[in-house]
Design a protein around this ligand. Sequence first.
Ligand code: SF4
Ligand code: SF4
Ligand code: SF4
Ligand code: FES
Length: 502
Amino acid sequence: MPEGTTVLAAVRQQGIDIPALCYLDGMEHFTSCMLCLVKDRGRLFPSCSVAAVSGMDIVTEDEEIREARQTGLELLLSEHVGDCEAPCQVACPAHMEIPRMNRLIAAGKWEESLRIVKRDIVLPAVLGRICPAPCEGACHRKTVDEAVSICLLKRFVGDAGTVHPCEVAPSVGKKVAVIGAGPAGLAAAYYLQLRGVEATLFDKAEKAGGQLRTAIPEEVLPREVLDREIEAVLGTGVRFIGNTPVDDQVFNQLKADYDAVVVATGNLDDLTKSYQLAGTPKGLEVNRDTYETSETGIFAIGNVLRSSRLAVRSVGQGKEVAFSVLQYLNEEKISGEPRRFNSRFGKLLQQEFAEYLKESVTGQRNQPAAGGTGFSVEMAIEEAKRCLHCDCRAIDDCKLREWSGFYQASQKRFQTSGRRAMTKHFQNTAIVYEPQKCIKCGICVRLTEKYREKYGLTFVGRGFDVVVGAPFSEPLDQALTETSVEVARACPTGALEVRKKE
Ligand code: SF4
Ligand code: SF4
Ligand code: SF4
Ligand code: FES
C-alpha cells in the first residue's frame, strides 16, 4: 500500500465497501458529504481524507456510524429538491411507470410502452376503461392546467398491443394455486408464471374475470376486451380451472398438492371463512408488506382483505404477492417487494410551470371522440407529449437515493418551511442541469479542472446560496464541451444528467 493511501481506499482494497458521495477514485478529496465516516478506537472521521497508517483499528459500520451517516444524509436531503419517482407513479396503487409509458407513446413505440405497462399492470385495456385514476389526481400537470390523461393512454397502449410483450422465465419447478380469477388472482398468477412458477387459477365461475365480468356493464367494459387480456394471461402458461368452488375440503387438498396458495376470492364469504385463517369481519388478516396470512405458505390479496372498488389496487397486490411467494418458495426471508427511498417536494410552484413545460407542450387535455372509442394515434401522441417528465433521470443510479434508502434517512427531519424553486437548464444539448438536486460534492468542478475545460464548472456565490455553475455566467455548453457526458455520469445525483433517456 503506497504511503498516503486513504483509509477509504485501503479498506476498499480489502473488499469492504464504504459509502461515499463526494469521493471519486484518483481525485483529490473534497470531504463534504461525511458519508464515508468510520471509527478508529472510538473516534469518528471521514475515511476519504485521512491516510491509512499501521496500528489503526478501523470500524466501518456500527450503530454510531450508521446514525452519523443517516444524519449526514438527512442534512443533504433537507436542502435537496426533487422527485425521484413522479407523483403519478407514487399515487398509482400498482406503481406503474407512467412517465416512461408516456415518453414511449410520444415516440410512437407501442410495444415497448406495453412492456413497461405490463411490468406492473396486467390488464391495461381493462383498467384503462374502469379505473378512477388516482394517478391523475396527483399529476403535476394538473397544477399547470389539466392532468395528463394517463388512464386513456394506458387504455390506448393496451388496445394497440396485439402480442404479449413479456418473457416467461424458465421453470423453477414449483407450483402455486391461486383461488379466484378476478383482477387480483389474474395478476398474481401472471406475475408468478412470468417468474417461472407454475400457476393454476381456480374459480367457481365457468370463465375467468370475477367481478370484472359480472359487475361491470358491457358498454363500459366490452367482454371482448376482457377476454383478450385474460387470454394474454393464459398465454403465458397459466392454467385456468373453472366451475370449481373451493370449500374447506378442496382448500386442504390444494395445500397438500401445491407449494403455496394465494387466496384471491373477492369479498369475504362463507367459503373463505371456512379456511380458518385469522381475520376480522371485514376480511382476512395479513402482513401488509408480504400478504402472508396466519398460516405459513398461504397468502391473501384483493377484496378478501378489505372491500374496495379499486380494481387497480387488487392488480397491484397481485404483482406484489408474487414477489413474496417467490421468496417463500426460495426459502428466503419473506420481506415483500422492496420499497425504495423517494425524495418528494409536493406541488409545483407557479414559477416552476415554465421550467417543467420546457420538456413538454402547451395545450389542454385531449378529448377523444364521443362514443367511447378512446384516443386516435395522433391524439395519443399529442397527449403523451403533455407529460412533464417529472421523474428524475437518475432514478436508477442515484447514489443519494440509494444510500438514503439504505440508512433510512428522513427528508423531513431537518427541513425548514419553504423550499427552493426547481429550475431546469438545457443549454447543453447532451445534458440537463437541475441545480436544486446538487449536493455540492464538487466532483464536476474537479473533473472539469482535470479535463482542462476552457471554462469548466465552479462554485458560484457564498454560504447557503452557493451553486455549481459556469464562471462569468457563461452558458452550460461553453462550460462543458467535450466532457459533458462524462461529467454528468460522475455526478452522484440527478443534478447533472445525460439528456436522452426514455
Ligand atoms: S437526484 Fe436522486 S434523490 Fe434526488 S430526485 Fe433524483 S433520484 Fe431522487
Ligand atoms: S406530468 Fe407526466 S410525469 Fe408528471 S405527474 Fe403527470 S403524468 Fe406523471
Ligand atoms: S452537479 Fe456537481 S457538485 Fe452538484 S452533485 Fe453533481 S457532481 Fe456534485
Ligand atoms: S466526505 Fe468522504 S466521501 Fe464525502
